[in-house]
Design a binder for this molecule. Structure first.
Ligand code: MN
Length: 725
């Protein structure tokens, strides 16, 4: 198409063919008028009015049947950057959907992937932008179209600028296009990049192609005719096309040392059929007539590429001894192969909301890169590691390997089985003990190759990754997960160490733990140590960030302890029992006190109980017969069971019996009859007797007594009693 003849009317005409919505067409027209007004009087270096650029970008997007929001945003894409129009104005004038797209494109322009020029603030911004991109792929699609048009008009710039733009495009935008499966636009960009980066190579390939064109066309046309005939004879309706190899892909092959005349897939054709089954059927028919070249067959239908690409590839010996590369795919696969994520526009009604949701879902589910990006963002990874990791993921050359189930896993070149394990699942990585590649045991630093089938051996008792792995792995994802593992382990150890240090100091000063760590004092201690929880306090102690002495001093000069507070309250308390109490045990006159049930005598509802005011940890409830509380009168306080609350309590029993192999079973069956839960059992064998210590959870004394009678009635049982310690 002659770019000079592009007009808004021409644009609308094209769009109308795939989107006849009158209102949306009007909106596109309005966006154009608005942009034309803003850019009025500004000229591009090419001499054209500036508006010709956004218009050309919109034209490019019609090729992928972009929806009206995307087209409108394309027309407006330079408005925020090149004028003082604001985001809010765009929202008011159009809508937030369009304004967001324009804003997104403006932000991508600020993405700077140059490692040497990124400061901390920039890195944080980059992360935000990258995460933002995941929300709406249309932003990147507009950016790609924008860059394509700029590359098409790159001739206007100085050689230096040409090379710089071309390199940037090749480094950043074509890998992104590849990630999105948009191979058509990627191919166009790559060819343009090569033209400016290595003009001599580019033009010599063009020259070679031109010279051999007549011969090649003849050979390809002949072969197409024969293959088509063959498929017709077998009743497969199809289309068949010759396929021009991109200049850039030929350059890559030459660059690897091949000679031009040895690039056999210069002769290439593509067969289109209606269904997946027909793809395989067609393949079988072609192979039965033309011998396939070994190892050149690829089934990307059963195993799609990570950017959703599907097709069957084979290379066969053709009629005249030429090798032909043949790709077989359905029309739908072709749409996805050419346009990737944008293919959704061709298949969906033109409902923008639907399209962006659908694209988002596709990105999350089908595009591995985005899935790992989203996962990575959910992990605790600092901004720098995040951006580095994403850059590696997008821009490094990749290797494709398989799980034993045939799923493709994409990793940067040089990746090891450890990277593979962590990419599959961090649980797999942490429990990994070995790897098997193509049925052979390999060392953990083995460099994965394309098409390797990788099986990870795990052992649930594995103690976890080793520090050595940090030097072996290639991906930041694996490195981060291994570091995360060690952080967790280290924290546990520091916690233990910190707790020990504190207890030691307390012992030295003869202070009880409970005197210091009261509910009232804890907040002061934590605040003084600048930590949020007692676990963090231990870690800080273990790290020597704070000393045990400092922690204790924070509070130890405050004389009134919790026990004193309670004692003081008790003096003035009325004897009336507050029925408002919320807990299972009611303390006379006092609420809001920590109450716990004593573990020595284990009272259960129905037992006569009393409260004992402990040093520092509130009130402990004992059975009134408990020998541990008989003395200190002034520490005793009235308590009673709150009958409106039902809860199970532990009770310990000792059962003495004559030896009986089935005794345990019998006892346990008695517990289930009474809705009693067994918490622990241990058995001590005598010569002819057996003693069972049993702790059960029961609702009340009544049930406990019934259960004791049940046990007592078992033959061989000699004695059943509640234990007091
Ligand atoms: Mn632009």
């Amino acid at each position: 198409m002659d770019k000079n003849n592009q007009t808004i009317e021409g644009l609308l005409e094209i769009i109308e063919k795939y989107n006849p919505n009158k209102k949306e067409l009007e909106e596109i027209k309005r966006a154009y008028a608005y942009a034309a007004d803003v850019h009025y009087g500004v000229k591009r270096l090419t001499g054209e009015a500036y508006i010709s650029h956004p218009l050309a970008v919109a034209y490019i997007l019609t090729d992928i049947k972009a929806d009206y929001s995307t087209i409108s945003a394309a027309l407006l894409h330079d408005v925020l950057e090149d004028s003082d129009v604001t985001y809010e104005e765009l929202c008011n004038e159009f809508n937030s959907g369009i304004a967001d797209l324009v804003d997104g494109v403006t932000k991508i322009n600020k993405l700077n992937f140059d490692k040497n020029r990124s400061g901390n603030a920039e890195i944080a911004t980059q992360r935000k932008i990258l995460v933002g991109l995941c929300k709406d792929a249309r932003v990147i699609i507009i950016k790609l179209a924008d860059r394509l048009h700029n590359m098409q008009t790159l001739w206007v710039h100085s050689e230096e600028k040409q090379k710089q733009k071309a390199q940037e495009t090749l480094d950043i935008l074509t890998p992104i296009a590849n990630r999105l499966g948009m191979s058509k636009i990627k191919g166009e960009l790559e060819d343009l990049c090569l033209r400016y980066l290595k003009p001599d190579v580019y033009f010599s390939i063009v020259e070679e192609l031109n010279q051999s064109k007549a011969d090649r066309d003849a050979a390809v046309n002949y072969m197409m005719g024969r293959v088509s005939e063959l498929l017709n004879k077998n009743g497969i309706s199809h289309e068949i096309k010759g396929r021009a190899k991109s200049i850039y892909s030929i350059y890559k092959k030459l660059d690897k040392g091949r000679k031009f005349k040895d690039i056999y897939d210069l002769y290439a054709l593509r067969v289109f059929v209606d269904t997946e089954e027909e793809c395989y059927h067609a393949l079988g028919i072609i192979h039965s007539k033309y011998k396939p070249l070994p190892k050149r067959f690829k089934d990307y239908i059963a195993m799609p590429k990570t950017n959703m690409y599907q097709s069957l590839h084979t290379t066969v010996f053709g009629e005249d001894g030429y090798l032909f590369e043949i790709q077989i795919r359905t029309y739908e696969m072709d749409e996805i192969a050419e346009r990737g994520i944008a293919s959704h526009w061709a298949y969906k009604e033109n409902n923008s909301d639907n399209v962006s949701t659908l694209m988002k879902n596709t990105m999350e589910q089908k595009l591995q890169f985005f899935r790992s990006l989203i996962e990575l963002n959910n992990e605790e990874v600092d901004d720098e590691d995040f951006v580095k990791s994403v850059k590696n993921d997008i821009f490094d050359e990749n290797v494709y390997v398989f799980t034993p189930m045939g799923d493709v896993i994409e990793l940067p070149r040089g990746a090891t089985p450890i990277d593979f394990a962590y990419k599959v699942h961090s649980g797999v990585g942490d429990k990994m003990v070995g790897a098997i590649v193509n049925n052979n045991i390999v060392p953990l630093n083995y460099e994965l190759q394309d098409n390797d089938i990788v099986k990870i051996n795990t052992n649930k008792n594995s103690s976890g990754p080793s520090y050595e792995w940090l030097n072996i792995v290639k991906t930041n994802q694996a490195r981060n997960k291994i570091r995360g593992f060690f952080n967790r382990i280290d924290k546990e150890e520091l916690k233990k160490k910190g707790e020990e240090l504190l207890l030691k100091e307390l012992r030295r000063r003869k202070i009880s733990f409970h005197d210091i760590f009261t509910d009232e004092k804890l907040p002061d201690i934590l605040e003084e140590a600048k930590v949020k929880s007692i676990d963090e306090l231990y870690i800080a102690l273990g790290n020597n960030q704070v000393t045990p002495g400092a922690v204790i001093n924070t509070v130890s000069n405050e004389r009134e302890t919790k026990e004193e507070t309670i004692l003081r309250k008790k003096m003035g308390a009325s004897e009336a029992i507050s029925e408002q109490a919320k807990g299972d045990i009611i303390v006379s006159g006092i609420d809001d006190i920590k109450i716990s049930v004593a573990s020595c005598c284990k009272p259960v509802p129905g037992d006569e109980i009393l409260g004992y005011i402990t040093k520092g940890s509130g009130i402990t409830v004992h059975r009134s017969i408990c020998p541990n509380v008989s003395e200190l009168e002034e520490r005793i306080i009235d308590v009673k069971w709150n009958n409106s609350i039902s809860k199970k309590y532990p009770s310990s029993l000792m059962i003495r019996s004559i030896k009986d192999d089935n005794l345990l079973l019998k006892i346990i069956s008695k517990t289930s009859n009474r809705n009693i839960i067994v918490q622990s059992i241990n058995t001590i064998d005598d010569i002819d007797h057996v003693v069972i210590n049993l702790t059960v959870l029961v609702d009340s004394l009544e049930i406990l007594n019934q259960f004791m009678v049940d046990c007592d009635n078992l033959s061989n049982v000699v004695l059943v009693e509640r234990t007091l310690k």
